[in-house]
Design a protein around this ligand. Structure first.
Ligand SMILES: [Zn+2]
Length: 112
């Protein structure tokens, strides 16, 4: 292996890293850490073998996959609870309170 091919591989890895940063940051922001890291590695590996030509579409595909996972359209993150915060019970009078309300409408008990 000569210095030229090493330079090509190094450049391809850098391209893969740059492309991988897109789904990585996106995935971390969306709370899909595992997928973000997989996407990062997939971009680096595809970049190392086939350069930007493959790393860019791989990054794009993973970004879309992370987006759909974060929005529950693939059903993988469907168990994520939006239900838990749907209602609050007043600790003082046990009346059901609308979420986001600062005081109980029934007895005036303040909520944290
Ligand atoms: Zn109350």
């Amino acid at each position: 292996m000569n210095s030229y091919s090493l330079g090509v591989i190094f450049g391809a890895v850098i391209i893969g890293l740059i492309c991988g940063l897109v789904p990585l940051i996106f995935g971390l922001k969306k709370g899909q850490q595992t997928m973000a890291i997989i996407a990062m590695f997939a971009c680096v590996i595809s970049g190392a073998f086939l350069g930007a030509l493959l790393a860019i579409p791989v990054a794009a595909v993973f970004t879309i996959v992370i987006w759909s996972m974060a929005h529950g359209t693939t059903g993988i993150s469907a168990g994520f609870p939006p239900v838990a915060a749907s209602s609050v019970i007043c600790p003082k009078c046990s009346k059901t309170i609308e979420p986001g309300t600062k005081f109980c409408g029934n007895c005036g008990q303040p909520f944290a």
